[in-house]
Structure formats: C-alpha cells, structure tokens
Design a protein. Structure first.
Ligand SMILES: [Zn+2]
Length: 303
C-alpha cells in the first residue's frame, strides 16, 4: 500500500504553509497539542503529527462507539445517521442527479445505502477493517474497499460524485488527496467535503478549547483557506454552507465524556443519566462547527 508523504514528522522541520507556501508559521497550542498556524491563510495543523501507532489504534471498532453506535444492531443510531445523509443527498441532488458515487472514509457504509436509494451507483473506501467488513455485508464485496485512495486502482474520471465526510482533517497530506480525487473525478463531477471550520461560531467562542481540536484531526481549515486548498488541487468552490448534523444526546454525551468540554461535560454527566431512553435517542439537529463544501474541477462542472 502506498503511503501519503508526511508533512509534520518530528525530524523534518516544516518551514512553509502546505497550502499557500507562506513562511509565516506561528507556534500555537490547541487543546494542549503543539500546532502551527499560518499567519497568512489561517490554516492550523498539528506539528508534529501524532505517532502512526497512535493513529492506527484510534481507527478500530471502538472508534464508532463514540458516534453513539452501541453495536451493529443499534438501529436508532443508524437511522439518525441515515437521516443526516438523506439531508445531504438532497443537497447533492441539486448538483448531480445521477452517476457513480464514491464515499471516501465510508465507515459502516450508511451513506452508500442512502445514495443507492437515491439511484446512485455507490462505492466506498475506508482504512477501518471492521467498518469495511460491516459495509461489505450491506453493499457487496465489489463496491467497498479497504485502504486509502492510493491502494485502489480506480480508472481516471470514473466517478461523478466524490464525498469526503469528516475525512480531510484526518489526512496527512490533504493537497495530495485532493489531487488523487481529481484524477478519478469526471470532468463534470463534484466533490463534497464536510470538515470543521475554524471560522465557525463555536471555534471562535471556544478558542483553543474547541471540541474539534483532537489528536486524530491533523488539519483545521476555514471557509477562507479551503478555497486555496481547492485551487492548489485544480478545483473551484461552487458552494460553502454551514452544516448541522443530525444527532442525539447519546452521541453528544459520549463525545463530551471522551473529549471533555468545560462546563458542558459536567452538566451532561449529571443530567444525561436521568433522561429516559427515548429522550437520549431522539434525533436533534446540532452544529459542530462544520462546513459543507461543494467543489468542481476548474473550468468544468456545474455552476
Ligand atoms: Zn497558509
């Protein structure tokens, strides 16, 4: 399997911003992790990146427990996730009504199920072995792949829609990933990205304590500098919008205990256990400071 070249190892000193080449990098701390912030475009990235062993440990079966998925039979969490994906597919429909659809970082494959319901020819890829084994049962062997984008030999311009949900902030070299995606995207295709936005209200309010600052999130983009990333990889932004997630209190509670947030985690620790199961599982719409970005190839695609 080909590995992405790494930007921020301890040995190699990063002297330029990976998306605009600015030398003006400032050392900062985000939730007690060392990071660099570009004074020109505002990009924030962990430096050095956490060790590979640490990241490998994160992406196991347990990763999905923090999503509020108690087990494979937990239909409530699955329904809530699918509800969110339904909403997103509704938006995608405005740009691409049909075609071949790839979800990079497809996890348990819920997005693929929803995409198929909409009539898309859906494929998925993920580095999580447990997730891919589960997804294969629902979607089929030939359309779900284990590994990163470079480990599967997709033909040029094969896909019409490529989704990257909660993915790009985890990748060690996002510019390379975008270029790879550009190769397998049809000239009239679109890329849909969901990622935390450092210009969001929660990021501004919580500053270095923002709940999106976590060890597996290596890069933190904003609604401004994601444009630069897009241009570097040969894309143009069609639309950027704030994204609310459909979730439930079970998820919020679990996240708040795994990644403590001042005050909120404490309140939930007392309040959550006295709520009924029905209330804990009820779907709610919440902003996690994320943005939904729709991109097309420069000089091609929908307007
Ligand atoms: Zn920069």
């Amino acid at each position: 399997m080909l590995e992405y070249p790494e930007l921020g190892t301890k040995m190699e000193k990063v002297t330029k911003c990976p998306i605009d080449n600015s030398p003006k990098l400032k050392k900062i701390r985000v939730d007690n992790m060392a990071a660099l912030k570009c004074s020109d475009c505002g990009l924030i990235f962990l430096h050095p990146f956490p060790k590979e062993e640490y990241l490998k440990d994160i992406y196991t079966k347990d990763y999905y427990l923090s999503w509020g998925i108690r087990n494979e039979c937990d239909t409530t969490s699955k329904e809530i996730k699918k509800k969110f994906f339904n909403k997103i597919l509704g938006i995608i429909q405005q740009y691409k009504k049909k075609g071949r659809f790839l979800d990079i970082g497809c996890a348990l494959g819920y997005m693929l199920e929803v995409a198929e319901n909409y009539g898309y020819d859906a494929y998925g890829i993920d580095i999580n072995k447990y997730a891919i084994e589960t997804a294969k049962k629902d979607i089929g062997d030939k359309k779900v792949f284990l590994g990163d984008l470079r480990s599967v030999d997709f033909s040029d311009r094969y896909f019409d829609i490529i989704c990257m949900f909660d993915l790009i902030e985890h990748i060690k070299n996002p510019v390379e990933l975008m270029k790879d995606a550009g190769r397998i995207l049809n000239d009239n295709g679109i890329i849909v990205i969901l990622t935390p936005n450092t210009n969001s209200l929660s990021a501004k309010l919580m500053r270095r304590y923002w709940f999106q600052y976590k060890r597996e999130h290596l890069f933190y983009f904003s609604s401004n500098n994601i444009q630069r990333l897009a241009e570097n990889a040969g894309f143009k932004i069609v639309k950027i919008m704030p994204a609310k997630k459909t979730t439930n209190l079970f998820y919020v509670y679990n996240q708040s205990q795994i990644y403590p947030v001042p005050i909120i985690s404490n309140i939930l620790r007392y309040v959550y256990p006295i709520l009924t199961n029905r209330i804990q599982g009820m779907p709610i719409e919440l902003s996690f400071g994320e943005m939904l970005v729709i991109l097309k190839k420069n000089g091609h695609g929908p307007d």
